[in-house]
Design a protein around this ligand. Structure first.
Ligand SMILES: [Zn+2]
Ligand SMILES: [Zn+2]
Length: 136
């Protein structure tokens, strides 16, 4: 396959890639400023991440509303949307705030947040919050 020439989204250098549709930054290390907390961090290679950590990433997703629309429609109980948004932004903190250290299971969480157990598990796994709850 032919390499395509692309311009790096972060530093503006041109580089070659076999995957022009998915790769948008060059392979150099870039210092980036987190859009949520302002911390400077080194972006990993070939990544145009905008946030420094998983917890900032969660906040960014909520703030940018990327997933809100998709998931509100899929909620079992849309009246619990605020709980869900809070949970989504930081599952471990949400669990601690609402259940203390009692480690609820994902069924209890799914009732509390009004979403499917599978989606609860998704978020828990995504941020490695498995220690905060029991996955059923
Ligand atoms: Zn670059
Ligand atoms: Zn940050």
């Amino acid at each position: 396959m032919m390499n395509s020439v692309k311009t790096c989204k972060l530093c503006g250098d041109t580089f070659r890639t076999k995957h022009p549709d998915t790769i948008t930054v060059c392979g150099k290390k870039h210092t980036v400023i987190c859009v949520i907390c302002g911390t400077e961090f080194i972006a990993s290679e070939y990544s145009d991440t905008k946030t420094c950590s998983r917890s900032c990433r969660g906040k960014y997703v909520v703030k940018s509303g990327i997933q809100n629309n998709i998931n509100k429609a899929r909620m079992q109980d849309p009246s619990k949307f605020d709980n869900f948004v809070e949970f989504k932004s930081d599952p471990a903190k949400y669990i601690l705030d609402n259940f203390g250290t009692s480690r609820p299971n994902t069924y209890t969480l799914s009732k509390n947040i009004g979403i499917d157990i599978a989606i609860v598990c998704n978020y828990v796994n995504k941020v490695n919050a498995q220690k905060s709850c029991h996955i059923l």
